[in-house]
Design a protein around this ligand. Sequence first.
Ligand code: NAD
Length: 336
Amino acid sequence: MYNVTLIPGDGVGPEITEATLVAIEATGIKFNWETVKAGADIIEEEGTPLPQKVLDSVRKNKIALKGPLTTPIGTGFRSVNVALRKELDLFACLRPAKTIKGVKSKFDDIDLVIVRENTEDLYAGIERQVDKDTAETIKRNTRGASERIAKFAFDYAVKENRKKVTAVTKANICKFSDGLFLEASRTIAEKYPQIEYEERLVDNMCMQLVQKPELYDVLLLPNLYGDIVSDLAAGLIGGLGIAPGANYGEDMAVFEAVHGSAPKYKGLNKVNPTALILSGVLMLKHLGEIEASNNLYNAVCKVIGDGKSVTYDLGGSSSTLEMGQAIAEEVKKLEK
Ligand code: NAD
């Protein structure tokens, strides 16, 4: 029995979480889900969008499955997602973007992994209104955090038998901050002669990913570029509905989809649960439950490949829960 913190999130979060639990539990692995709430919906009740009990629960269980959380644009509270990653020092964001047969996309055989630094850069929250007509956000990178994420990317490449790491920056313009990130990446790259290392500027990288994605493997990026390129990579494989993610610290991990709370679909039971279910695949692997992880992944591929029980974004008309249940049925067949 695994104790796992469950943060259903807001917007479409609770719906995709419900469908995800149905699919994950079909693997037969036993979980004790400790449900805690965060986000805009609980501010009135708790006085904060990120109550201490959420942090305490993840620190205790060392593992969490999380739905998306809304961040108001421009004004209001800072991102709870960013705060959670910072508070728990979840320094590495891993976002695999792999083609699933049956998903309509202009690209075949995409197999990229985004490794995004998760704690600093423009997301450090160092910003202010200088005067009425001027505002600034400081982009801060440190050598320690840059070397730590570079090491994570290379260790991942070795463990997963990947061939190449590409560091992606704008070091021609942000000479100090991205320059330091690149310097740290080079220092770490030297320690991994078996992994090819190369560098790209982020603007060129975006074009190259659309024109010849097959040239790339593991991408190592500072926080903001990592966020943006993650959505680009999701677009290459057919959309945010199937793009999973994980945030790792030294001894804990929080698994969540790349996508946000998709507020316009809230309560419609319509969006695709696959991104969170595939985050569950990563979670099972992290727990060492390799067979269950593989079965869940294969069940997702089967349901999407069949195309009968899929949500609107994949050309079907199934609800969020129906797709989760169809995946659960496939998992059960594989478990037999
Ligand atoms: P979004 O990712 O929520 O949605 C963008 C669009 O992508 C949707 O309108 C929808 O068309 C599509 N989409 C997203 N998820 C889908 C799914 N599961 N199935 C099918 N289609 C899907 O991005 P947004 O609208 O820019 O952000 C909404 C809110 O989410 C914002 O407040 C943002 O800050 C927050 N956000 C949270 C996280 C997180 O919790 N980790 C990540 C990104 C954005």
